[in-house]
Design a binder for this molecule. Structure first.
Ligand SMILES: [Zn+2]
Length: 316
């Protein structure tokens, strides 16, 4: 009887084949579970831990979703944790994400290195007056930074974009018009990125390699999609001075300097005079503490050793 072929979904098959059929889905489910759990435990940034979208003076988000924002800011694995804002994670718990659980480096908020090296990043420009002023400051201090520019602005000021690259900084993509991408279709998201990439390429001759979603509002699925379609990892941050909200150079200086840690990605906006005013002091203070400055791509390149260590850990 047992060896008698049986009917199964219109196909005739043998019982031993039936026994083996659930194994593949089971293996896939276990694999996915392992990836998901490791993702939360070791890398901290799942969708629920996404920095909550916040308002920005550049392009304010609708205020109608405070509860959604609060919910999305609760840390995974800490159901009773109080919602937090877009601020950086506590210095004692740097979120270091050189890659995902499954090995694809689709986003970073900082990198796992022990050297006192940070990446200074500027969003929302280029600004016709403030960005050139900032470039002067960076040149004076011999510091390289990363500029996440808005495509529309880049189109208006291609000479400034060209200067950014000519002076050794990294140019990167911050969408075309700074929308909240989290609710947009994949095709609309890709259009925002591609159009900006095109303008940056025309202005500089180089390809932008990194993307920063406006407000940090980008689901894990969207990060993976963007990485798979365009090869661009999403770059978040680990130190946020809230310079768009608190327009005070001493405040920006204090928050950036006190928050800095090895592998940090520092967030700032070169569309605010108070931020640009703060940068000379930030550079002086961080240099005095032994920090060096690199671009985000250079910082990511420094994680090769850390990735190797993680891979060895996995192999055990
Ligand atoms: Zn922005």
């Amino acid at each position: 009887m047992i060896s008698q072929p049986v009917q199964f979904f219109k196909f005739r098959t043998h019982p031993s084949t039936l026994l083996s059929m659930p194994i593949l889905p089971l293996i896939l489910a276990l694999f996915a579970g392992a990836c998901a759990s490791r993702y939360k435990v070791q890398y901290g940034h799942d969708q629920q831990n996404l920095p909550a979208p916040v308002t920005s003076p550049y392009s304010p988000l609708p205020q109608a979703k405070p509860s959604q924002n609060a919910q999305s800011s609760v840390r995974a694995g800490a159901p009773n944790a109080k919602p937090r804002t877009r601020s950086s994670p506590p210095p004692s718990q740097p979120i270091t994400t050189p890659r995902t659980a499954c090995g694809a480096p689709h986003y970073y908020s900082s990198v796992a290195i022990s050297e006192s090296v940070v990446a200074l990043t500027f969003d929302d420009g280029p600004h016709p007056v403030l960005t050139p002023r900032l470039l002067d400051v960076l040149k004076e201090h011999g510091v390289k930074a990363t500029f996440f520019v808005i495509g529309k602005n880049a189109k208006s000021y291609p000479d400034i974009v060209a200067r950014i690259v000519a002076e050794g900084h990294e140019i990167a993509n911050h969408s075309w018009s700074h929308p909240n991408l989290s609710g947009m279709s994949d095709s609309a998201v890709l259009e925002q990125l591609k159009e900006t990439n095109k303008v940056l390429k025309e202005a500089t001759g180089v390809d932008a390699r990194l993307f920063r979603p406006p407000y940090g509002a980008f689901s894990v699925r969207q990060r993976v999609m963007t990485y798979e379609k365009l090869g661009m990892p999403s770059i978040l941050w680990s130190v946020d001075p809230l310079d768009w909200k608190i327009r005070s150079a001493p405040s920006v200086r204090s928050k950036l300097v006190s928050g800095a840690h090895p592998g940090a990605i520092l967030l700032a906006h070169d569309i605010h005079a108070s931020t640009v005013d703060a940068i000379p002091g930030v550079l002086m203070d961080l240099k005095a503490r032994g920090f060096q400055f690199v671009t985000v791509s250079q910082l990511i390149a420094m994680t090769a050793t850390a990735d190797f260590a993680v891979a060895r850990e996995d192999a055990r």
